[in-house]
Design a protein around this ligand. Structure first.
Ligand SMILES: [Mg+2]
Length: 371
């Protein structure tokens, strides 16, 4: 598609797209059932049209920023800034020979998110109004509880959230399965019986292990068991879902990069709640498509990580249960974005006085993390 063939429907042309990456060390080492890390990379996109700049981002490798600058920026330059779906199709066409999942979809996500922010700013609307608001606020759950934390640190983090009015908290399990039941009991002690306790194994358990853990966790009042086995093992997820005690929901979907993935997971009957991440699944466009798929399967949706990207789409997605308020990303977004929201009584409320996502990137504060 050369620039002369680009259709301008009714909006101003996109005059520029650029990406930059920032590597932020974690506060302390972090680990889950299958991975450990000491830094997190934020890939920012800025998209310009008619004197406005939209911003979007993903948490991804620096290769994502390179792909955007080397290829996707040119694919959408000159396209109609109001035609987000057209731009998305142009990007999907551009990466055909590279493969859709992973870096390509994260790159498309960051650009798609910036284009939604840009469109809302051009129309001077908060993004949720542009998407079509269905709720005023979105419930969150506190998410962290890393497997490398001491029991005391685990208890302190979870109790801090419940003390602030967040009534659902999630901890990681699976790196040392022999300790998981006692750590879950310690977490339950810390938060009491009136708050919900979630666990996330990040695919660490075998099927048989996960079946035994589902019973033990249910006995401790756990109500959410995320990725008990690999999310690529749809039959395994279905087995755990069908066999687990009734009070415990099975969830997965954070590695969904397109709507075909979500459809397969839903058709397999693999989950009670689908998770989707707008920084991976080809952006807010892909997230809203996941919401429609959930409606068609009569199941709830929960957003994964990157809370500042998800507040507006979560308030526009009909089958939504809650938003993941992930410790690592909350810390980064508070540090680097003006307009990052604080929960009020366990809910995030989009600021309708600000256009777009309601965020401004703090370039001066971020420059020391630039890659
Ligand atoms: Mg997870």
């Amino acid at each position: 598609m050369d620039r002369s063939s680009r259709i301008n429907f009714n909006g101003p042309p996109i005059s520029g797209v650029r990406s930059s990456a920032y590597c932020i060390p974690t506060a302390t080492p972090e680990a889950d059932g299958t991975l450990a890390w000491t830094s997190t990379t934020l890939v920012l996109v800025e998209a310009d049209a008619d004197g406005k700049t939209g911003i979007g981002f993903s948490y991804a490798d620096t290769a994502t920023a390179k792909l955007i600058n080397d290829s996707l920026a040119e694919a959408v330059a000159g396209c109609d800034a109001l035609a987000v779906g057209y731009c998305r199709q142009a990007m999907i066409a551009r990466i055909r020979n590279l493969g859709r999942p992973g870096i390509c979809s994260m790159a498309i996500s960051a650009v798609d998110n910036a284009l939604w922010d840009l469109k809302a700013k051009l129309l001077d609307l908060p993004l949720v109004s542009l998407l079509g608001q269905v709720r005023t606020r979105v419930p969150v759950y506190g998410s962290g509880g890393f497997t490398c934390y001491s029991v005391e640190a685990l208890q302190e983090q979870l109790a801090d959230w419940t003390g602030s009015g967040i009534t659902r908290v999630k901890m990681k399990v699976g790196s040392e399965p022999g300790h998981d039941v006692s750590r879950v009991a310690a977490a339950r002690d810390a938060i009491g019986l009136n708050n919900e306790l979630f666990v996330d194994a990040n695919g660490a358990y075998s099927r048989k292990q996960a079946l035994a853990m589902a019973q033990a966790f249910a006995d401790a009042g756990v109500s959410w068991f995320e990725e008990p086995v690999s999310s690529d093992d749809l039959e395994g997820l279905r087995l755990i879902r069908d066999s687990a005690p009734p009070g415990i929901d099975i969830s997965a979907g954070e590695y969904g990069y397109d709507s075909f993935y979500f459809r397969r997971m839903l058709q397999a009957g693999a989950v009670d709640v689908l998770q989707a991440d707008a920084t991976r699944c080809a952006g807010i466009t892909g997230f809203m498509q996941a919401a429609v798929l959930c409606q068609a399967f009569n199941l709830p949706l929960s957003s994964h990580c990157a809370p500042s990207i998800h507040v507006h789409p979560c308030c526009a997605a009909q089958p939504l249960r809650h938003l993941e308020y992930f410790y690592d990303h909350v810390r980064i977004e508070k540090m680097l974005f003006d307009g990052a929201l604080e929960p009020v009584n366990g809910e995030l409320i989009p600021d309708l006085s600000r256009p777009g996502l309601g965020l401004e990137f703090k370039h001066a504060d971020a420059v020391r993390y630039a890659v």
